[in-house]
Design a protein around this ligand. Sequence first.
Ligand code: AKB
Length: 319
Amino acid sequence: MKKIFVTGALGQIGSELIMKMRANYGNDNVIATDIRKPEEHIVVQSGPFEILDVTDAEKMHTLAKKYEADTMIHMAALLSATAEAKPLLAWNLNMGGLVNALEVARALNCQFFTPSSIGAFGPSTPKDHTPQDTIQRPTTMYGVNKVSGELLCDYYFYKFGVDTRGVRFPGLISYTTPPGGGTTDYAVDIYYEALKRRKYTSYIDRGTYMDMMYMPDAINAIIQLMEADPSRLQHRNAFNVTAMSFDPEEIAAEIKKHIKDFKMNYDVDPIRQGIANSWPNSIDPTAAIEEWGFRAEYDLAKMTVDMLEKLKEKGIENL
Ligand code: AKB
């Protein structure tokens, strides 16, 4: 990875990944792109930034060529709840953007990363310790996009020799950029609301387990996989990765250890609950551990301490 071209750079993952990669590989070697350009944003100010709509194949190619990219990190996508509300837009953006990015990688001989998700599984998938290779019949548009994306990335590797790599991310929790339009977003919102109002109304019901991971572990996983010896990679595009699995009651109990008067209520959203019900309770990351040494540092307790501390430093308290 010498010249890294990133789409969706201002998103939840992109904004932190860019800063970490600029620190590792040099500011000028990480080219951030997004559909908007907020001048005051640290990602815009700290290195090259270009406006790019990922459905514009020609502009993507022109920009990647201009910066002599040798690596494409394709992050721009709609998340599960938004994709369910706007399925055609999701198909066009998630699949159109992906195939454009793969074509650029093919034409310019770039290494390639894009994330899949636990959303690539469905109700007929084994629910607990979901294996790496198993039934994938998702019932959401997001899931259809993610399975198609996994297969398309495999195809570009086998057919054209593009060095494609990827992981199935669980819900990602971070204090820098809020997620938007996901099903697992409650596990981020809860920390903000706990600090601001000492209460949270969860749209996901008690007893609903989903895999989660703290953002520093997710960023490390991307970099580690991209730097992994390709001869060890059997799976390439859809490694199960996870750090923890909890339900709303468990995260609330963990927060209560630090904010004694924190109260949890429920007002379940049938759409997002339905999506969550179709996903695994917990996935098995053995292939990622064996093939490229994946390891997560943060469990629920350690993440909660850090989230609350970092959000307080940002001034999120007692509003
Ligand atoms: C979502 O909830 O849509 C995402 C995901 C698990 O892919 N966070």
